[in-house]
Design a protein around this ligand. Structure first.
Ligand code: N7H
Length: 441
């Protein structure tokens, strides 16, 4: 089995708290930092074991990960065998479809971020206390470069991202770790997410990298009032649907799920909140149906829908044969839409998703999903268009088909990117034993 005491808690389970702080730092003095990593940081790191039972959870959960420039600064020179990680995310910007770096948070542009500390807790006060304690212990060995405070949305929107859709439904199960995979859930070898475990496709890793995972961080701004206006302006017109229902259906077809989480493959015309809330049913679909042709029919779910682009299930044959999987652990950031923003259909205060994805191979994982699937108009079939949620063509307008169930060949031109990349970085989240040995000596 896996050594769950050695794997950082965010990787396989996620630090699911209402508040999370992403604290990006540079290492000012590696000689000073290394022993403190062992003595002051490692004891705070929340393990997978600790997250298995809420009663063993500390008040504030802490994880840490390093960029390539961070490892280099620590004089850890072993190649980790992941060229995306080695180059850093800024170098990947065009590959990811970002329209240049003007929208990037300046601190992400370049390789100046050496690492990220993730703090998760019920309250911001708890997090601030933990940060102050750690800052005092680390002194001048690190410098804070940038931080992002993220939070679950209030009240009944908790668990929903800012467009309003329930998130955190479909993550892969891991053989030897997930006791009871849900119907329809992917079941992966641990090596899809963890370096050095069965199924890791790279065989040249240094021994200390085992049970680490590559953490992709992206600050993805969401233009919520603009998204809502697009839905209001373009309701799907179908017998028996009000304009509001037509707008809701358009949104559901862009995502592939209703706001409740119910998959449109199983609930094609109207939301079904009981289905959305039921983990034994809300993943139990493949897009294949006995009464329609899988390769052409988009009556239930468009090929371009976000969840179909990023996990095509039966479109690629037996879905679990693909190596293109990620473990998502993101959380929303930014305030609720104000009345003024809603009235003007214009964002004035930034909000979005602090996107976190773990995988053993960035080129097969996040980057593949973004570049080869979401951004390609010809995946999973020629001409179906890009992912209307996250597909990015360097700012150019985006064409999709399939949004209108009454005429699935009809093309829709999206002139706004509803998700705008503000950049990020690629990190490696090492095992606790690597933190306490190779990285701290
Ligand atoms: Fe996505 N959204 O609100 O539309 N995503 N995503 N994502 N996403 C998912 O299944 C969203 C992003 C994946 O197994 C749901 O847990 C938004 C990136 C994958 O069926 C919703 C943003 C990438 C899945 C959203 C965003 C992915 C998934 C349904 C950016 C990778 C699972 C809830 C702001 C490159 C697919 C769920 C499966 C699900 C949304 C980003 C990938 C609602 C708003 C960048 C693999």
């Amino acid at each position: 089995g896996l050594n769950l005491d050695d794997i950082q808690g965010d990787v396989l389970i996620g630090m699911k708290k209402n508040q999370e702080l992403f604290y990006f730092f540079s290492i000012a003095d590696a000689v000073d930092f290394k022993p403190k990593l062992a003595s002051d940081i490692v004891p705070l790191i929340t393990t997978t074991t600790q997250l298995l039972d809420v009663s063993t959870e500390p008040t504030t959960l802490v994880n840490i990960a390093f960029s390539q420039s961070g490892l280099t600064t620590l004089n850890v020179t072993d190649a980790l065998g992941d060229s995306a990680f080695t180059g850093g995310q800024f170098k990947d910007l065009k590959t990811l479809g970002d329209p240049g770096s003007t929208n990037w948070v300046p601190e992400f542009a370049g390789t100046g971020i050496h690492g990220v500390l993730l703090f998760a807790s019920d309250t911001v006060d708890n997090i601030n206390t933990a940060v102050a304690g750690l800052e005092a212990a680390l002194g001048d060995s690190i410098t804070k470069v940038y931080s992002l405070q993220a939070a679950a949305r209030p009240g009944s929107e908790a668990g929903h991202e800012h467009f309003g859709f329930l998130d955190g439904i479909s993550n892969p199960a891991i053989t030897g770790f997930t006791a009871n995979p849900m119907p329809g859930q992917s079941v992966l070898n641990a090596g899809a997410i963890l370096v050095g475990e069965t199924g890791d496709t790279v065989t040249t890793r240094p021994a200390w990298a085992k049970d680490g995972s590559f953490l992709v961080f992206r600050q993805l701004e969401q233009l919520v009032p603009e998204f809502n206006k697009f839905l209001t302006d373009n309701p799907i017109v179908e017998d028996g649907l009000t304009a509001q229902q037509g707008s809701d259906l358009l949104g559901a077809r862009m995502v592939g799920r209703w706001k409740s989480g119910a998959p449109i493959d199983l609930a094609p015309l109207f939301d079904d909140p009981a289905l959305g809330a039921d983990p034994t049913r809300n993943n139990n679909f493949t897009f294949a149906h006995a009464d329609s042709v899988l390769a052409t029919n988009q009556t239930r779910c468009p090929f371009s829908a976000h969840i179909r682009k990023t996990r095509p299930r039966a479109d690629l044959g037996t879905p679990e044969e693909t190596v293109h999987h990620i473990m998502r652990a993101g959380i929303p950031y930014g305030p609720e839409v104000s009345d003024a923003e809603a009235a003007s259909s214009t964002t004035s205060t930034e909000r979005g998703l602090a996107f976190v994805a773990y995988q053993s191979n960035i080129a097969n994982g996040f980057r593949f999903l973004q570049q080869t699937w979401a951004n390609s108009a010809n995946f999973v079939h020629a001409g179906v268009g890009v992912d209307p949620v996250i597909g990015a063509l360097a700012g150019a307008q985006r064409v999709v088909t399939g949004l209108d169930p009454t005429d699935s060949t009809k093309a829709t031109t999206l002139t706004t990117d509803f998700v705008v990349s503000r950049g990020g970085e690629y990190f490696f989240s090492p095992s606790l034993s690597a933190l306490a040995s190779t990285l701290s000596v």
